[in-house]
Design a protein around this ligand. Sequence first.
Ligand code: ADP
Length: 153
Amino acid sequence: MKRAIFPGSFDPITLGHCDIVKRGIHLFDEIIIAIGENSTKKYMFSLKQRKAFIEATFKGNSKIKVMSYSGLTTDFCKNVGADFILRGLRNPADFEFEKAIAHTNRKIGQIETVFLLTSVETSFISSSIVREIINYKGAYKNLVPKAVKTEIL
Ligand code: ADP
């Protein structure tokens, strides 16, 4: 079974994330969307909300699971039996950042990272921009899947 995790904060999940998962699923038997919990980080949406948004978005797709984790990503991979990490690349800054992490995860955990380039339609989207728009009550709905609702904030 070829299993990958797609780790991130998903605060909130965006159409950019969805694009990577939908294309990545053709490469793996199963993708676990892994919501990282960092106690020092402040989130706009609670873990429960972020998880609910993702579950609703991929409901009915048995190849896609949603879990949360804290600690080292490679330890989480071992715990769930995943040999691969899936990540999306939007620009050179993403690449520079991801490169060191991918090398490290291969060194310390023998985990291979697979990168997918973003689709042009979603390459400009980031959770941080979506949060900024939500903060100022702007039109965010075209940037996120339907399940993301700010009424519950
Ligand atoms: P992190 O806090 O780890 O950066 P994110 O939730 O922001 O977590 O992103 C998780 C993954 O999704 C990362 O690999 C990131 O590059 C990717 N990603 C984020 N936005 C997009 C996008 N618009 N298109 C493709 N990939 C994206």
